[in-house]
Structure formats: structure tokens, C-alpha cells
Design a binder for this molecule. Structure first.
Ligand code: PLP
Length: 425
């Protein structure tokens, strides 16, 4: 029962420092969020100690009566949240959820059609040195050079030509909605399975603010920690009994051993929260913030400097900034925003002329700030700060340094007005 600060002051110090960093700055990494303290309490509980290999009522360990109830509640809540008939809440992460679906539905060497990483896809959708790229034959679709949107005619052409066994729809860096019905039509036309990875937009789906892939896909995977706002982890949903059975055995014993019951408890708490009006309101603010950011970054003072918004706007919780025509590259823009106290990540844009560690883009998301209580006025202020920081970074005069200091003060004021985890110390 020794407090961590006494037992291990070195680690405790870094946890405190991270709390300070999150409190004092503004988190705008699109895949991040500030989860509820109740979710963290579940994860920090005695459930950490429990082994529970297997599934409800069919465990390979004794003493599972309480974790069985927790996992049952998590499953029932996530099924009702997304209107799915079957759910597996055991994947330790989004990557493991995707690996399990591939393990269940295809064999090594089979062809998978997924969105190119360089066009916004995820590592697990077929990147060369990821398990997906090493085990399976990957064919990638991209976004159109003109619209920067997924071109369904190209998806269909590639599907017809390569006859993949699995089509993956979903993204890590894309600011528009996908046409799930059209993906399913194409999958059916070649007798392929369709997996939708809704990791990024699951929270919007849960709130009814984004079309649901569940009625269209054979399988839907997600993380639980992005817009959904829960603990770090994965889930798999399906409406097909035979597929669900294969997926269960692909997760355990196919890919994993003991489930993380403390995380599953955190997932259950998060699914409960996601079914509330407060959650819907938060997702509305998330979207409104993203729209406002896209609008502000499209104004002439920014656009005249060659800084534009990819696709001209957004339908989701993130904005992709295109710096291909700017003197500022993705790395410099990320560093400048860090200087004023805003955390974002550099991100390659399609056909990026700069190297992957530099990039010509930024991915900026609003979920964490919405969780922190940001409304329209605060989002307008942060959008203005981002615009002015990028403008200052492009300036050739010495005035920029002073401006950066002033913008940093505006960030501190916003952060102080939206206290994060006020009772935590
Ligand atoms: N799928 C998508 C679309 C993602 O964006 C991510 C994470 O960024 C993942 C899967 C992987 O999730 P995890 O980091 O939990 O493995």
C-alpha cells in the first residue's frame, strides 16, 4: 500500500510531469482523448491481477465470477451502442483487433485491398513491414489526385483486377466519410469479406453523427481510446454468427492469451458513458470544433501563404493541413505549435514531396479538447491561435518570436479556463 511517490519517486515524477503537460497544453493529436477518471480507476483496480483466458462461462482459470460479469456488461453495452449482434471486447489494441480479423477470415498469402498508408490508411491495413504486409499480398487503393477523396471507381477496378479475399475500409488520416454500402457492394461482387476499421470515428458513430458501418460490413473493428474516449484497447463487432465464432477463436487463442480484464472494465465504463446525452453533446462539440478549424485555416491570411486544408474541409473530428505549397514543412509546423503549447502530429499528405520524417502536412484533431469542455468560443480561439502560429512561422521578419510568446499566453489562458482532472494530484 506504499504510494507510488514513495515507492518509486522516479516514475511518479514522470507521471506528475505528464499530468502537468496535459493540463497546461492543448492536446490536438487526432487519435488521442482525455478519458474519464472512472475509466482510469477501473484500469488501476485489482482486476489487473486476474487471469481469465477463455470466454464467459468457459474460462481456463478459476475465480472468474466477477470478471465474467464485467465482460458480460461490456459486451452487452457495446452491442447496444453500435447495434451489433456479436462483440468481442478482448483485443488488447486496435492493431490486435485487425490482426485477429485477418487471422479469422483469410490465410497467409491471400490478397487484401486496403487504403495506402501514405494516403491515410493504417499500418495494419497493409504496410510493408507490418504483420499485414508481411503475411498477406497487399493491394492498396489511394485518394484521387484532384479531390483527395477515396475514389470508389478505383476501389472497384482494383477489386475486379486483384480479387482480394478481404477489403479494408477505414483510415487514420482522412477527413471525409466513406461509402460503406458501396464498399459492401464491391466486396459482394467478388465474394470478398468487408472489414471496416472505425477506430478514428467510432465516437461519432456511437453518437449518431456519422454513418454506421455496422449494417454494411462483415466485421467492424475499432479502438476504444480515440473519439470513443475509453481506455486504450480494441473491439470487434459483427452481425454474422459464423464470423463471430471464427473471430472469437482468432482473438483467443489465435492472437492473445489472457484478456486485460482491468481494461475491459474500463471499456464497459466508457461504453456506458458513450450512451449518454453528455457524450452526444461532446461529439457535437468535437465536430463543431473541427469545422471551425477548417474554416479558419481556409481564410485568405493563411491560404495566401500556401497553407491549405486537404479536401477543402472536414466531415469528422480532424483537419488535414496541406503544406506542400508552404515554406513551412510538417516537422517545423509541429514544432512551432508545440512552442505555443499545442500538440499535433506532422502527417504525410498524398504524394508528399518531402520525406516521411519531415512531411508536408499536419493532422489536427478536436476530441481531447471537446472532452475538456471546449465549446464554440474556445474552439474559435484555438483555431485562430493555430492560424496565427502558422502565419508567424512563415514570416521572414524577427517579429515571429514575439508573436509566438503572445500566442503561448493565449494557449495558457484557454487551458486554465478548461481545467483538466481538477481533483487529481
Ligand atoms: N486502426 C486505425 C484506423 C488506427 O488509426 C489505429 C491507431 O492509430 C489502429 C487501428 C491501431 O490501434 P492501436 O494503436 O490500439 O494498436
Amino acid at each position: 500500500s506504499t504510494p507510488i511517490a514513495e515507492l518509486d519517486p522516479e516514475i511518479a515524477g514522470f507521471i506528475d510531469a505528464e499530468l502537468g503537460r496535459q493540463r497546461e497544453g492543448l492536446e490536438m493529436i487526432a487519435s488521442e482523448n482525455h478519458t474519464a477518471t472512472a475509466v482510469m480507476a477501473a484500469q488501476g483496480s485489482v482486476l489487473t491481477n486476474k487471469y481469465a483466458e477463455g470466454y464467459l462461462g468457459r474460462r481456463y482459470y478459476g475465480g472468474c465470477e466477477h470478471v465474467d460479469e464485467i465482460e458480460r456488461i461490456a459486451i452487452s453495452r457495446v452491442k447496444s451502442l453500435f447495434g451489433a449482434e456479436y462483440a468481442n471486447v478482448q483485443p488488447h489494441s486496435g492493431a490486435q483487433a485487425n490482426a485477429s480479423v485477418m487471422h479469422a477470415l483469410i490465410r497467409p498469402g491471400d490478397t487484401v485491398l486496403g487504403l495506402d498508408l501514405a494516403h491515410g490508411g493504417h499500418l495494419t491495413h497493409g504496410m510493408k513491414i507490418n504483420f499485414s504486409g508481411r503475411l498477406y499480398t497487399i493491394v492498396a487503393y489511394g485518394v484521387s489526385d484532384e479531390t483527395h477523396r477515396v475514389d470508389m471507381a478505383e476501389v472497384e477496378r482494383l477489386a475486379q483486377e486483384h480479387r482480394p479475399k478481404l477489403i479494408v475500409a477505414g483510415w487514420s488520416a482522412y477527413s471525409r466519410q466513406l461509402d460503406f454500402a458501396e464498399f459492401r457492394r464491391i466486396a459482394d461482387s467478388i465474394d470478398a469479406h468487408l472489414m471496416v476499421d472505425m477506430a478514428h470515428f467510432a465516437g461519432l458513430v456511437a453518437a449518431g453523427l456519422h454513418p454506421s458501418p455496422v449494417p454494411h460490413a462483415h466485421v467492424v473493428t475499432s479502438t476504444t481510446h480515440k473519439t470513443l474516449g475509453g481506455p486504450r484497447g480494441g473491439i470487434i463487432l459483427s452481425n454474422d454468427a459464423a464470423i463471430a465464432k471464427k473471430i472469437n477463436s482468432a482473438v483467443f487463442p489465435g492472437q492473445q492469451g489472457g484478456p486485460l480484464e482491468h481494461v475491459i472494465a474500463g471499456k464497459a465504463v466508457a461504453f456506458g458513458l458513450a450512451a449518454t446525452e453528455n457524450f452526444v453533446d461532446k461529439q457535437r462539440r468535437t465536430l463543431a470544433g473541427s469545422y471551425e478549424l477548417a474554416r479558419r485555416l481556409s481564410e485568405t491570411d493563411v491560404a495566401d501563404l500556401g497553407i491549405t486544408v486537404l479536401t477543402g474541409g472536414t466531415d469528422v473530428h480532424l483537419v488535414l493541413v496541406d503544406l506542400r505549397d508552404s515554406v513551412l514543412d510538417g516537422g517545423q509546423a509541429e514544432d512551432l505549435l508545440a512552442e505555443v503549447g499545442i500538440t499535433v502530429n506532422r502527417n504525410a499528405v498524398p504524394n508528399d514531396p518531402r520525406p516521411p520524417m519531415v512531411t508536408s502536412g499536419l493532422r489536427i484533431g478536436t476530441p481531447a479538447l471537446a472532452s475538456r469542455g471546449f465549446g464554440s468560443a474556445a474552439f474559435a480561439e484555438v483555431a485562430d491561435i493555430i492560424a496565427l502560429t502558422l502565419i508567424a512561422g512563415t514570416a521572414e521578419t524577427g517579429a515571429a518570436a514575439e508573436t509566438i510568446v503572445e500566442l503561448g499566453v493565449r494557449v495558457s489562458t484557454l487551458a486554465a479556463a478548461h481545467p483538466l482532472y481538477p481533483t487529481m494530484n
